[in-house]
Design a protein around this ligand. Structure first.
Ligand code: KDG
Ligand code: MG
Length: 402
């Protein structure tokens, strides 16, 4: 069996997505997501100039060797561009292998470990009252777990607060939008939000929150402690994780569970946090961390330390990543939760998929492969539009973490 062709499809049905399609001499095709939010064209160039030429003529069944070739063969290891490109190839190859076997991908990975994949949705509001209402809306939709983000009194912008309901899209301008951040205002407000949520809805639902890298370790420790009475499922990205030692300080002060890893690319980024039991959930997903092949390695390492998975699932991960992640989630023994930010109807039309939502769970479907396709004719109607993520500055103008 041979790979005969591969091409990159860029489409913008409301936001940019990069998809790799691999064709074979058996007539079976596979697709993989290569979207890197705000840096999409870097991965397109990487795939077209450096990866696709090495794939032609290869046996697509050799997923492991092709992964190692992409990783070791680049010499320049790691990094989001390289690993997103490797992930796209890997996801497409798993898709092909599962289609050839006539199996849904989760079956090929080792079979079903659960009946459904518990997901968390995103509730956000301009202020506390609106956020409380939004959480209620997700409860009414059947969600068992909800992430709550709110506008903060005295601050013009806050991470996670969208302009519309149900959909959230931060990459909104050709050049980065500048937002203003104030940690004091955030820390004063956030415990009040979760107090109001528990008062309104009780303790039966899982509540989550994303600090989005805004805090120093000691500030994060304080927030974790202040949130303990409200029993969060997790506090995410409490502080940037380049220095993984920083999490020791947070851990020493709070029992609020911690989640990290949506910006990680490899097992090496996760290793110290996992081995030192500094986190409870690892947030890597298929497209950002080298595809199913590498994500499995991360999950296996995590399992040794009772760290569970919590795959990133924002709208900038395409339905292809969502489909592949759902097969992974259905199999992985140490599953925790899956993030589910809904795509717009335009995006769902470009990427017809087998996965479905019911009662707070996503189901990957029984189609052979990962169950997601791309309608190329429709995709061609939505040309690429430059869009970048915002940046954050403190009130005095100092650059901060967005
Ligand atoms: O592209 C950046 C988004 O994926 C990120 O801001 C979303 O933090 C995020 C999350 O938890 O979904
Ligand atoms: Mg996040």
């Amino acid at each position: 069996m041979k790979i005969t062709a591969a091409k990159v499809i860029v489409t913008c049905p409301g936001r940019n997505f990069v998809t790799l399609k691999i064709e074979t001499d058996q007539g079976v095709c596979g697709i993989g997501d290569a979207t890197l939010n705000g840096r999409e064209l870097a991965v397109v160039a990487y795939l077209e100039a450096h990866v696709i030429p090495t794939l032609i003529g290869r046996d697509p069944r050799q997923i492991e060797d092709i992964w190692q070739f992409g990783y070791r063969g680049a010499y320049w290891r790691r990094g989001p561009v390289t690993l997103s490109a490797i992930a796209a190839v890997d996801t497409a190859l798993w898709d092909i292998k599962a289609k050839m076997a006539g199996m849904p991908l989760y079956d090929l990975l080792g079979g079903r470990s659960r009946d459904g994949v518990m997901v968390y949705g995103h509730a956000n509001g301009a202020d506390l009252a609106e956020t409380v209402d939004e959480v209620g809306r997700y409860i009414d939709l059947g969600y068992k777990a909800i992430r709550a983000q709110s506008g903060i009194p005295g601050l013009r912008d806050a991470y996670g607060v969208g302009r519309g309901k149900l959909f959230y899209e931060p990459a909104d301008a050709g050049l980065p939008t500048e937002t203003i951040w104030d940690t004091r205002k955030y820390l004063n407000f956030t415990p009040k939000l979760f107090e109001a949520l528990r008062a309104a809805y009780g303790f039966d639902h899982h509540l989550l929150h994303d600090a989005h890298h805004r805090l120093t370790p000691i500030e994060a420790a304080g927030l974790g402690k202040a949130l303990e009475p409200f029993q969060l499922f997790w506090l995410e990205d409490a502080t940037p994780a380049e220095n993984q030692e920083a999490f020791k300080l947070i851990r020493a002060h709070t029992t609020t569970p911690l989640a990290v890893g949506e910006v990680f690319n490899t097992i090496w980024d996760c290793k110290d946090l996992i081995q030192n039991q500094l986190i409870d959930y690892i947030r890597c997903t298929v497209v950002r961390a080298g595809g199913v092949t590498h994500l499995r390695r991360i999950a296996d390492l995590a399992a040794l330390y009772q760290v569970r998975t919590g795959c990133h699932g924002a709208t900038d991960l395409s339905p292809v990543t969502m489909g592949a992640a759902l097969h992974f989630d259905t199999w992985v023994p140490n599953f925790g939760i899956q993030e589910y930010m809904r795509h717009t109807p335009e995006t769902d039309a470009v990427f017809p998929h087998a996965y479905t939502f019911a009662d707070g769970y996503l189901h990957p479907g029984e189609a052979a492969g990962h169950g997601v396709d791309i309608d190329e004719a429709l995709a061609a109607k939505y040309p690429y539009r430059p869009a970048q993520l915002p940046v954050a500055r403190l009130e005095d103008g100092t650059m901060w973490n967005w």
